[in-house]
Design a protein. Structure first.
Lengths: 213, 325
């Protein structure tokens, strides 16, 4: 892959991340999101967030597999887009759905476990987004890598959020489990690929010399 | 389709204020809700009950004409027909609310038979057209509260389930009614999913089924039900969460024991047998203290029994409604 190719790769990546936003915005303002546009926004933004989180996890294995270190350039923007959609997801709930009625929001959700999984995911993603700048990276040394491995924890917590938010029952394998199951399969696979046993040819640090560019 | 933009402009004054609501409740309480009370309520459309429509034409037009009621007895404006007919849950077709219309359009709803049996003296299989002839549709404007936290106000046409119950003469041993919906994976692709205990089934206690609010509906907005809304015949129990109101009914069975119900089978601690609308009992995911009426942007307080407490509270006297949620 040449630099020219990676340019177009990045263009497609950015477009892929921004088109859903444009589509949601247009859908909302032109009344094309069905009878309950607020719920539609809440759900779509959540689904886009978990999709982008999965895509972020996919970058490293893909770069190793294709032996294309330049692909790593997509990782930071994908992570930041994930966080942006999470912010949107939360803002829609707080601003549009609950109209900033924070006391009502709190009494409605404090005792709902799925919210805490979502909140924990959001906190991790916020920490990763803030420390994603080169300035932090240099300052943090080895700790940067350790901190950013939390993305896997974030993915798992977010899966819990998703499984708990859909109707059904995981224990009896009944209900609306198809969608979260697909994400679970993908994320667990990507997690397995990170285990040392599966890394016979660890791509020697493609990240360090490409990420900071 | 600009309807939601339009809906967003509905002034919030259209939503009944708590004080109005309370005074109206007091007004209702002062009436004796006997036969005379009911007739009076029907006349002033205060309980959502209107007189039977005059043109109960059998056969091709199974719904009485929509008489133009615009509000329920709490003063809440009815939801647009567009929203009612395009937005609901119907897992037999899709778990995606927007996908149901397309997938359900070709459901064959005529001829359609409903088998009524079990502990009754006169078991019978009825054709839906025959039911409509026997029990002319009347209009009822009811609130419909979904457990997911949204609600609608729907002008139904249908007949009181109690009329059918009387017609088949339940035995004294009958204490519950079990409803079963169509099971036909060819027509209902959602039923191919093994994650759900098909067919959809529901149940009511006999006294709940006999309550004057409990309706078998065959139409809404003056038109026969569309497949998406449960054609050709469905249950409507307005003081319970929406999933109790089973659609596309093929079987009604009188029993001594409490029947299994679809969502209760899937997640017993989340969906109780009674499933009365109750802001004091939360679902593990959704707080039940507020709701958003479809088409209106603000959350409003959810009312116990969905606002039908005066008509149904006595059914549950002495019961712990947290325990029996
Ligand atoms: C404080 C943080 C969060 C809060 C308060 C929150 C809140 C919610 C709520 C209320 C819903 C239910 C929407 C509905 O069914 O109408 C939901 C669904 C969802 N959320 Fe979150 N969330 C948070 C963080 C996250 C994060 C970090 C992600 C992913 C990276 C995420 C992904 C999802 C997904 C995939 C759904 C399911 C959408 C569907 O029904 O298909 N959420 N969230």
């Amino acid at each position: 892959m040449r630099v020219r190719h990676i340019f177009w790769f990045m263009v497609i990546m950015h477009a892929g991340c921004l088109i859903p936003l444009a589509w949601l915005g247009a859908g909302y303002f032109f009344g094309r999101l069905g009878a309950d546009p607020i719920s539609a926004l809440e759900q779509f933004s959540g689904r886009i967030a978990i999709s982008l989180l999965t895509a972020t996890l996919l970058v490293h294995p893909l770069a190793s597999l294709l032996k294309q270190p330049l692909i790593m350039k997509a990782r930071r923007p994908l992570g930041l887009y994930t966080f942006a959609y999470v912010l949107l997801h939360v803002l829609i709930l707080v601003g549009l759905d609950y109209r900033l009625d924070i006391p009502l929001l709190v009494t409605s959700y404090v005792d709902k476990p799925f919210i805490w999984f979502g909140a924990a995911t959001s906190l991790i993603l916020a920490a990763l987004a803030i420390t994603s700048f080169a300035w932090w990276r240099q300052r943090m040394g080895v700790w940067w890598g350790r901190l950013h491995r939390l993305i896997y924890l974030a993915a798992l917590l977010d899966l819990a959020h998703f499984f708990l938010v859909v109707k059904g029952n995981l224990l009896s394998l009944s209900g609306n489990l198809a969608r979260p199951s697909i994400y679970a399969a993908l994320i667990l696979l990507l997690l397995l690929l990170r285990l040392p046993v599966f890394r016979h040819h660890p791509c020697p640090d493609i990240s360090t010399h490409t990420d900071d560019t | 389709m600009l309807n939601h933009k339009y809906d967003r402009d509905i002034p919030s004054a259209e939503i009944t204020r708590e004080s109005d609501y309370l005074s109206r409740r007091r007004f209702l309480k002062n009436l004796s809700i006997g036969a005379a009370g009911a007739a009076f309520l029907a006349a002033c459309r205060s309980s959502g009950v209107t007189q039977p429509a005059l043109d109960a034409t059998p056969g091709s037009t199974p719904a009485a004409a929509y008489t133009g009621g615009q509000r329920d007895e709490l003063g809440r404006a009815i939801t647009s027909e567009q929203s009612i007919t395009t937005f609901n849950n119907y897992y037999e077709f899709s778990t995606n609310k927007d996908g149901i219309g397309e997938l359900s359009r070709n459901l064959v709803t005529s001829p359609w038979q409903v088998e009524v049996g079990g502990l009754v003296h006169q078991p019978r299989t009825f054709d839906v057209d025959e039911l409509i002839r026997l029990f002319p549709p009347e209009e009822r404007i009811y609130r419909m509260r979904c457990v997911e936290g949204w609600s609608m106000i729907i002008p139904w046409q249908g007949f009181q389930l109690s009329k059918l119950i009387d017609a088949v003469e339940p035995m004294t041993s009958a204490r519950y009614i079990h409803f079963v919906a169509l099971h036909d994976p060819v027509q209902m692709p959602g039923q191919e999913s093994d994650y759900f205990p098909w067919p959809y089934e529901e149940g009511l206690r006999l006294d709940e089924a006999r309550n004057e609010l409990t309706l078998l509906s065959t139409g809404l907005y003056g038109r026969p039900l569309s497949p998406q809304n449960g054609a050709p015949i469905r249950l409507v129990v307005p003081w319970k969460y929406g999933y109790k109101s089973i659609k596309a009914i093929v079987k009604i069975e009188f029993r001594e024991e409490q029947p299994a119900t679809f969502w209760n089978t899937i997640a017993p601690d989340e969906y109780g047998f009674y499933s009365n609308v109750n802001p004091a009992v939360d679902h593990p995911r959704w707080s039940q203290n507020t709701e958003r009426i479809i088409g209106q942007p603000v959350r409003i307080a959810t009312l116990p029994f969905n606002g039908y407490g005066d008509q149904v509270r006595s059914l549950y006297e002495g019961m712990d409604l947290k325990e029996n949620h």
